[in-house]
Write a protein that binds this ligand. Structure first.
Ligand code: SAM
Length: 282
């Protein structure tokens, strides 16, 4: 495989490989940060096309220009489907983008459990428009492994959101059956778990596996799709599982104002899956 970073004149070229022979490239007008935390390699660059970009272990996590596609679709389908989400747990999400969306609702508490304190610190510095939500009085921040937290905690939540990285490294546990069995026992009646499930093109095996164990654990299990221009394949998948709530029955709560992507029509459309995916996940 060729190098992830090379130089074109003064500009560093960052490559993200999606297969051994294809992927994206970004020309950095400035390299803002490059360091290895206890858990992962963190890079932040500034570009003309997407503004600031956060990479973890060489993979794009968020960009200034298209963060709303992902964060709104991760958070709002679940939040709007719950009649009164008061206690929300967010696992992962160190860049702060998902938390920003969660705090648009009149909650009592938002608990965020992120394993890597450095992701939080550097995003606070380089993506302040995403991270400012953390000073909100309703937020409780825990630096811990999400799976260990849920095993040790006796707290119950209305909505649990999983903003994990892909199933490699510290994130692997957040994609496993045992983790979801644990999450279920921390849901209040009518509770919902939602999260990112990867690319329907590149991560199909992982979606299939999740689909099988979701159907065994939860009464309702759905996948939905949304575009994320800077994620592999451009289309991203998310899951929605619950023992009580069917997201297709319409919204229970108001949609917050000021959103850029999510709305009522998008909610309904997102749960319509293309033929190949319906077949694979049946
Ligand atoms: N939207 C992103 C994506 O799919 O590319 C995910 C973004 S978010 C930055 C992912 C976060 O999950 C990272 O900050 C990472 O440190 C955190 N994370 C990974 N494993 C974790 C774990 N076991 N417990 C809690 N947080 C974890």
């Amino acid at each position: 495989m060729s190098k992830r970073i090379s130089f074109k004149g003064k500009l560093a070229e960052f490559r993200e490989f999606h297969t051994p022979s294809s992927g994206f490239f970004f020309l950095a007008k400035q390299r803002l940060l490059s360091e290895k935390s206890l858990f992962q390699q963190i890079d932040i660059i500034d570009t003309d096309s997407f503004g600031r970009i956060l990479f973890l272990d060489g993979l794009v996590q968020t960009t200034e220009k298209d963060e709303f596609f992902y964060h709104e679709m991760l958070v709002h389908p679940a939040m709007v489907s719950h009649a009164k989400p008061e206690a929300v747990l967010l696992i992962g999400g160190g860049d702060g983008g998902a938390l920003k969306e969660v705090l648009r609702y009149p909650l009592k508490s938002a608990t965020m459990v992120e394993i890597d304190a450095r992701v939080i610190d550097v995003c606070e510095k380089y993506f302040p428009w995403l991270s400012s939500a953390r000073s909100d009085k309703r937020v409780e921040l825990k630096i811990a492994d999400g799976s260990a937290f849920i095993q040790e905690s006796d707290r119950m939540f209305d909505v649990i959101l999983i903003d994990s990285s892909d199933p490699v490294g510290p994130s692997t546990v957040l994609h496993q059956r045992e983790f979801f069995e644990q999450l279920k026992s921390h849901l209040k009646p009518g509770g919902i778990v939602a999260g990112q499930a990867g690319s329907p093109l590149y991560h199909l095996a992982s979606l299939r596996e999740k689909s099988l164990f979701f159907q065994e654990i939860f009464k309702f299990s759905f996948f939905y799709l949304g575009p994320v221009p800077t994620y592999p394949g451009g289309t991203w998948s998310f899951f929605f599982v619950s023992d009580k709530i069917n997201p297709l029955e319409g919204s229970k709560g108001d949609i917050p104002s000021g959103l850029h992507y999510y709305n009522v029509e998008i909610h309904q459309a997102a749960f319509s899956l293309p033929a190949f995916l319906k077949k694979e996940l049946a």
